[in-house]
Design a protein around this ligand. Sequence first.
Ligand SMILES: Cc1cc2nc3c(=O)[nH]c(=O)nc-3n(C[C@H](O)[C@H](O)[C@H](O)COP(=O)(O)OP(=O)(O)OC[C@H]3O[C@@H](n4cnc5c(N)ncnc54)[C@H](O)[C@@H]3O)c2cc1C
Length: 416
Amino acid sequence: MSDPKVSTDVLVIGGGMAGLAGALALRENGADVTLVERAPEFGEVGAGLQMAPNASRVLKRWGLLEKALEVGVQPKHLVFRDAVTGEELTRQTLGGEFVERYGAPYVVIHRSDLHRVLLEACQDAGVRLVNDVMVESVETVNGRGVAHTAGGEVYEADVVVGADGLKSTLRSAVAQDGPVSSSYVAYRGTVPITAETPTADLEDVIVYLGPDCHLVQYPLRKGELLNTVAVFKSPSFERGEEQYGGVDELEAAYKDCVPAVQDALKNLATGVRWPMYDRNPIENWVAGRLVLMGDAAHPMLQYLAQGACQALEDAAVLQDVSRGTVFTDGGVDTGAWDRAIREFNARRAARTARVQRTARIWGESWHVSGLSRTLRNLLFKSRKDGDYQYNDWLYGVDQPGTPAKPSDTRTALLSA
Ligand SMILES: Cc1cc2nc3c(=O)[nH]c(=O)nc-3n(C[C@H](O)[C@H](O)[C@H](O)COP(=O)(O)OP(=O)(O)OC[C@H]3O[C@@H](n4cnc5c(N)ncnc54)[C@H](O)[C@@H]3O)c2cc1C
């Protein structure tokens, strides 16, 4: 084996939300952490992100919540409407009792802002951040993780954290699977809020549910920007066409929706479409000294708005299981990392599998038509604001190790 370019306690691969959060968590524990990212610069796409209390609690733990709130928005309500009639179906007030119950606020934030908060925290904490490094494989040699890059470099670490996203290269060490297409496509857009912007619901997260489509809107950057996400089922995907979900299909998908929804389509950046994928849950995220986290471990559909939230939960648990651990003793490996990453895997896999599965079912319930839509609407309308029974499993305190329960389907139908 050639001499390593870098020898470090922890090597994190991928500089998305998961990688940055994981790097920060382990650096906070005192580990020497190097993070490598294949892109020439760190950054995120220009769109919004909903951060539920299970994630904002993690930011609070690291003293970063105030920074996020400086650039984010605390929406007043989460409101569901029928996209065809505009009728309100249910709402959750997000202030007061909600914040008390879950110990942190619901925050909507520009992705690039949250990414920057995490990146700066990593820089301040002394994480070594390296761009232009594409890792091709990781092996375990003599109890250390060894990463090989496209440029022929070698990084060596006590433990390697694979946070390389939905299309993870590193996941092949633990599973021979691939992304699963949902046949839905998203378009997103972020526009300034002006005097011409319709004022209804501007302080809320609003979700319009339609047959085979939905549309989400919420404010960003202290109410200066309006974020819009439109997601619809692609007929050309169903026909097996490779290039699916064009603008013609976007317009057709919303033709029966109320004017508020149709007008909102003008806010979308139609140059980029986002086909929606997840993967089936897997139990094992560990191969030797490699452990996966974030979308590399548990990519999910976005209906529960939990992908990045679960990555933050991952980081908090990774921090907990490795806190106070003596990783090496006079250069001799104590086996503590093996125990820590196994414990991390055990505490996270059932929880994230439940979120992945529930997100699929939850999305299905959004897109129904005919009698199913009538029944869905009746069920939603029977729920009272402040009924937390469907939220607690997801947003509640100390949830990360919760095993899946048979009541998931019912939960998925109503967890808002
Ligand atoms: C439309 C939409 C809306 C969403 N809304 C929400 C929401 O409201 N709330 C929420 O919590 N989540 C939401 N999500 C999910 C969330 O965006 C993702 O779960 C999250 O960004 C995943 O972060 P990650 O770091 O795991 O992966 P990524 O963001 O994919 O980061 C992976 C990083 O690894 C790098 N990389 C990849 N391969 C290599 C390699 N071999 N070597 C080096 N670097 C590599 C990539 O360049 C990238 O920077 C949404 C997703 C979508 C599509």
